[in-house]
Ligand binder design. Structure first.
Ligand code: ZN
Length: 163
């Protein structure tokens, strides 16, 4: 019997809810999501909880902020003039992008909110500080290709997707 273990591509259906029970993200009604187990493709708490789960089984997993998207840190959202962003890019709350920090290091920042003249950006992931409520069904487990293993992520459900 196939089980979820390190180095395997796992294909799962998932629904993510917040503490209030609102659905934040879900694969229901769409293709299941593949990820490479043990490669930090998904949040740590969920990855740990799925280790050893057989194909076909379901799990409800509660993930703390520490094992999810981290605790909220720093001063909160900072205002940046809209003019610093390309005009042809639609800016949406929750979008993440790479930016250069004060010391020249690359970091990921997220858009908190947008108005006509300003964009508020935050180094915290939108789900930082949140407890995550996952419902997961393991649909399949397969071996990765050499390329997928080298990249550290799957190329689609059957490994044939390009990027
Ligand atoms: Zn790749």
């Amino acid at each position: 019997m196939s089980i979820v273990e390190n180095g395997k591509v796992v294909i799962m259906h998932y629904t993510l809810k917040n503490e209030a029970g609102e659905v934040l993200d879900s694969s229901e009604g769409a293709e299941p999501m593949p990820y490479l187990h043990g490669a930090a493709n998904i949040v740590e708490g969920l990855e740990n909880a799925l280790t050893g789960v057989p194909v076909g089984e379901k799990r409800d997993v509660v993930v703390s902020p520490e094992e999810g998207y981290g605790l909220r840190e720093g001063p909160g959202a900072q205002e940046v003039p809209r003019s610093q962003f390309p005009e042809d890019v639609e800016l949406m709350p929750g979008m993440g992008f790479h930016a250069q920090g004060d010391n020249g290091q690359m970091m990921v920042v997220y858009i908190d909110r947008v108005d006509e003249n300003s964009v508020w950006i935050d180094g915290n992931h939108p789900l930082a500080g949140a407890t995550l409520y996952f419902s997961v069904e393991i649909v399949g487990v397969r071996d990765p290709s050499d390329e997928e293993l080298a990249h550290g992520h799957p190329h689609g459900i059957d490994g044939s997707a390009s990027h």
